[in-house]
Write a protein that binds this ligand. Structure first.
Ligand code: PGA
Length: 228
């Protein structure tokens, strides 16, 4: 993948359908106004995924759709209330899935074993996997397409890791895992994005806070440097 991937992760922050519609429509207007070179993905909360998909189609947006998580159980397993499986995500047109975000590791107790199960199921459905790691020593299951390196102290803190250090860690991760596409995430904004995408080892970013307002995310996408 030569182009830069900018992935907007809305987390639990988009409050309702009106906010989703407004985000998508404004993004649509902005995207018409300039040539978009980077690859753009959005990761809405599960309840809004189908809505976002409809809007992507209706507005012909150059945006791909992802889910923020996937169940460790399959639809063939014994019943598990509340779970959304890889089969279901695939069936509604999801292309990418984030697995192993630090917030889920820390707040929901997701272990390497659980995450390996998620990777296996997502892979079996042909979903593209963005696997998050807090550091270069974190185990990465086989089958992962993209790794998002996100040092926890940088997430949502306004204190990003330096681009040079992020690049060193990204190269370490590539060497250790064989996965060749590594994103950096943690307090990336329209103002600093280019410092990261200019690094040879970094292929894009996972964006939390700066993806919530369409004007911020659009500015970030425009400012990200295309790889040549
Ligand atoms: P942030 O979140 O951009 O708000 O720091 C990044 C992430 O958690 O993916």
């Amino acid at each position: 993948m030569n182009e830069i991937l900018e992935a907007g992760n809305w987390k639990n922050k988009m409050k309702g359908p009106e906010a989703v519609d407004a985000w998508m429509r404004q993004m649509g207007e902005q995207m018409k106004s300039k040539e978009i070179v980077s690859h753009v993905a959005v990761f809405p909360p599960l309840v809004f995924i189908e809505r976002v998909k409809r809007l992507i189609q209706e507005l012909s947006l150059p945006v791909v759709l992802g889910a923020q998580d996937v169940s460790q159980f399959s639809s063939e397993d014994k019943p598990v209330t509340g779970e959304v499986t890889a089969e279901m995500l695939k069936a509604i047109g999801v292309e990418y899935v984030i697995i192993g975000h630090s917030e889920r590791r820390m707040k929901l107790g997701e272990t390497d074993e659980i995450l390996a199960k998620k990777v296996e199921l997502a892979k079996s459905q042909g979903l593209k996997i963005i696997y998050c790691v807090p550091n270069a020593e974190t185990p990465v299951p086989s089958g992962v397409d993209i790794i998002a390196y996100e040092p926890p102290a940088a997430i949502g803190s306004g204190k990003p890791e330096s681009p040079e250090e992020a690049n060193v860690q990204a190269e370490k991760i590539k060497a250790a895992t064989g996965v060749q596409v590594v994103l950096y995430g943690g307090s990336v904004t329209a103002d600093n994005v280019q410092l990261y995408t200019r690094q040879a080892g970094i292929h894009g970013n996972l964006i939390g806070g700066a993806s919530l307002k369409p004007e911020d995310f659009f500015a970030l996408v425009i400012n990200s440097t295309p790889r040549v």
